[in-house]
Design a protein around this ligand. Structure first.
Ligand SMILES: Nc1ncnc2c1ncn2[C@@H]1O[C@H](COP(=O)(O)OP(=O)(O)OP(=O)(O)O)[C@@H](O)[C@H]1O
Ligand SMILES: [Mg+2]
Length: 227
């Protein structure tokens, strides 16, 4: 059975002043529904670039990205943005919360422009904050939260639309060990209990050990798969 994420012969180059920088070379991979994948590799090896292609933030120079049977590399920018908003949840290293919004308002952002009523939105936000264990911090602003708590708010924001796929770019990279472990536990729970397909970039072998599959990038090539 083919995977929920299929990367087929994908290459990516960036152009500047007519000079081509080739960042990913003919990458193919297949990620099954419900799989937890860790993406490792040295700085500059192309991990974020690959994550951005899988999540439809960027488009490949060559090849296809098939998600849930649909070739997202063929979508227009606006169709892609719409697709992204319902299918993908994003978690970043530095949380990317809006400082002037409370935890509740940050989590509400992705569903603000949907057809949901205010009461329905409230219910979704509370459910998401409940899952990450932060319903007692709803009215706190990001600066009133610890790094680990900020990342949990960011995860609540990522799951509030109930996406099938979660992508995380070094989600524990800025956290102490204790907070990092809490985040990893949460990722495992989202994978097992809520059946989220997860692609997580990490430098940390301990974080990667939580995944089912570890894939390694080296200078734009996929070099080895550890299962
Ligand atoms: N928009 C861009 N324009 C030009 N080059 C880029 C662009 N984005 C990334 N690159 C180049 O692509 C290569 C891979 O970058 P990428 O951010 O994917 O690496 P990474 O594996 O995520 O590294 P890190 O571990 O440091 O986050 C780098 O050499 C980088 O300079
Ligand atoms: Mg990166």
């Amino acid at each position: 059975m083919s995977g929920i994420i299929q990367v087929k012969n994908v290459s990516k180059s960036y152009w500047r002043d007519s000079i081509e920088t080739s960042v990913l070379h003919d990458i193919s991979l297949d990620i099954k529904e419900g799989e937890f994948t860790a993406l490792m590799g040295p700085s500059g090896s192309g991990k974020t670039t690959l994550l951005n292609l899988i999540s439809g933030i960027d488009k490949p120079s060559k090849g296809e990205i098939i998600i849930n049977g649909a070739d997202i590399s063929k979508l227009s920018e606006s169709a892609l943005a719409k697709w992204r908003s319902t299918n993908i949840g994003f978690v970043f290293q530095f949380y990317n919360l809006i400082p002037v919004l409370t935890a509740f308002e940050n989590v509400e952002l992705p569903i603000l422009l949907t057809k949901l009523s205010k009461a329905e939105r409230k219910q979704h936000v509370e459910t998401a904050l409940n899952i990450v264990g932060l319903n007692d911090r709803m009215d706190h602003y990001p600066k009133q939260l610890s790094g680990g708590q900020e990342q949990r708010v960011a995860i609540a924001r990522a799951i509030v639309t109930d996406p099938v796929i979660l992508v995380a770019d070094e989600p524990t990279g800025d956290l102490d060990k204790h907070s990092a472990d809490e985040i990893l536990l949460l990722m495992e729970r989202l994978n097992k209990e809520f059946n989220k397909t997860i692609v997580m970039v990490t430098h940390d072998p301990h974080a990667a050990s939580k995944a089912h599959v570890i894939r390694h990038l080296e200078k734009g090539d996929l070099i080895q798969e550890t299962v």
